[in-house]
Design a binder for this molecule. Structure first.
Ligand code: BG6
Length: 488
């Protein structure tokens, strides 16, 4: 019998990433990572060519991630808010460059390891299960400058060294691991999401498009091997924990503009582009449509003996994903993308949009569709580890923020998750993105606020960093969790 309700052990909570909230970007031994040189991941990174190498070019830049919302020093206060809301899970990432500042050292940085020990201990003390992303747009910059990042097979060993250290260190504390955040974004934001850089560039500023499709498929292959070896490693180190893939799947909810078969086929092709890593990480093979692309474009990635056996034998335990909005495609139209998904044709059936300037279409039914799609294709437990809405907000004269739009957004999406569960999908949990205001990944501003908790800072990085509960969403989400979703 299908369940009709959220299961008793459903994980309720929220999600952030280290680079968007921690700050302390050079503290206690940490060095730069890819997000530290980006003013919004959708903009070209701040790097300059010195004649022989790329160098960070950030001296005169205000990059808000550098201080984040100072979670590094406020984490106890912030987790107390999460505990007050009743969170049973909280997702964050380990900042790889805190543990291996350059990425290619053989010994880890103890101060970095200690920070995450303290953080996970605090969560466990509060009854909050850590859900940990191994890299959320956080490849150490040195690895890109020296090796070209994931264009280089050596990365597999650097990565394995890192994951072995953190798996052993946090064994027993962390039961849910995610490998690479939104790794399918490698093809749209290669520098930050893919951790790749052309170290023999044709020009002296970074234009991601200089990398060819063949380059990106090569990086994808090394990442797939690394993913499989990570699954193999966690089984060896801590067989009680589970590991999932993490994909940006808003774009799997791509509707054809009309029932013209050409539009339908265009929608399917766009969906296929999002599915490569699902097929690799969950089923362990390269799908036919990718092989066709390689053949027609005249390239094939270098695949060493044994790679495909590893990829086939070590698939993930569950699918974690982000979903923010759906999109519509018309054959022949170019799709524009951002961190939350894709923009194509207008969907005249969607009547609710988030306010300017982001105006994201709100499509909760898209989430039910997505859960069912994943269940049909992959038959694995699903973990919604990002869903939320960014709004421009400020405190009124009584220090209050009325965020009923956010409450409604979450409520409608939760109703559709319930439907998906009734349809037979196994949903492990719902982690709202981001329960406290943090720096927006795509735009690099704090102004795009997602939180149930407001942080007093502005786009110049100025403010008291004081935290305030938002009026509607905080108490409402607390009640949802208390009732295990029965009151929605
Ligand atoms: C996801 C990322 O793409 O979307 C997050 O994993 C990001 O890091 C979130 O913050 C929302 O996007 P944005 O650009 O509004 O911060």
């Amino acid at each position: 019998m299908n369940k009709l309700e959220f299961s008793d052990n459903f994980l309720w909570g929220g999600a952030v990433s280290a680079n968007q909230c921690e700050g302390a970007y050079l503290k206690d031994g940490k060095k730069l990572n890819v997000s530290d040189v980006s003013k919004g991941l959708l903009n070209p990174p701040k790097m300059k060519w010195d004649g022989s190498k790329w160098q960070p070019d950030i001296e005169n830049e205000v990059i808000l991630n550098h201080d984040g919302v100072d979670f590094y020093h406020h984490y106890k206060e912030d987790l107390a808010f999460m505990a007050e809301m009743g969170f049973t899970a909280f997702r964050t990432s380990i900042s790889w460059a805190r543990i291996f500042p350059n990425g290619d050292e053989s010994e880890p940085n103890e101060e970095g390891l200690q920070f995450y020990d303290n953080l996970f201990d605090e969560m466990i003390k509060l009854g909050i299960e850590p859900v940990v992303t191994l890299s959320h747009y956080e490849t150490p910059l040195h690895l890109l400058i020296e090796y070209g990042g994931w264009l280089n097979r050596k990365m597999i060993d650097f990565w394995l060294n890192y994951v072995t250290v953190v798996f052993s260190r946090y064994k027993g504390k962390v039961k849910y691991w995610l490998t690479f955040n939104e790794i399918n974004n490698l093809f749209k934001i290669p520098f930050a999401a893919g951790g790749v850089l052309d170290i023999q560039p044709k020009r002296t500023e970074i234009v991601n498009q200089d990398l060819t499709k063949a380059d990106l498929y090569q990086a994808a292959h090394y990442i797939a091997v690394a993913n499989a070896r990570t699954v193999e490693k966690i089984r060896e180190v801590d067989s009680k924990s589970q590991i999932g893939a993490m994909l940006s799947l808003s774009s799997l909810v791509t509707y054809p503009k009309t029932c013209d078969p050409k539009d339908v086929m265009a929608a399917m092709k766009f969906q296929h582009q999002q599915m490569l890593f699902l097929d690799l990480f969950c089923k362990g093979f390269y799908p036919g449509y990718v092989k066709r692309e390689w053949k027609e474009s005249g390239f094939t990635p270098i695949i060493e003996d044994g790679d495909m056996d590893l990829i086939r034998n070590y698939t993930v335990d569950f699918i974690a994903f982000s979903y923010y909005k759906s999109c519509v495609i018309k054959d022949g139209e170019v799709m524009r993308t951002d961190t939350g998904g894709a923009y194509g044709a207008n969907n005249e059936y969607i009547t609710t949009y988030s306010p300017e300037p982001w105006r994201w279409p709100v499509d909760p039914i898209g989430l039910r569709y997505l859960c069912n799609f994943l269940n049909d294709h992959y038959n694995l437990p699903l973990f919604i580890v990002e869903n939320g809405i960014g709004l421009k907000e400020s405190l009124d004269k009584n220090s209050v923020i009325e965020d009923d739009f956010r409450q409604k957004y979450v409520e409608e999406h939760l109703k559709q998750i319930k439907e998906a569960i009734a349809d037979g999908c196994e949903v492990m949990g719902y982690l709202y993105w981001g329960p406290i205001d943090i720096i927006s990944a795509g735009t690099g501003v704090i102004d795009k606020r997602y939180g149930f908790i407001y942080v007093d800072m502005d786009n110049d990085g100025k403010g008291t960093f004081k935290r305030y509960k938002k009026h509607h969403s905080f108490e409402w989400y607390k009640k949802v969790i208390q009732s295990n979703g029965k009151n929605i």
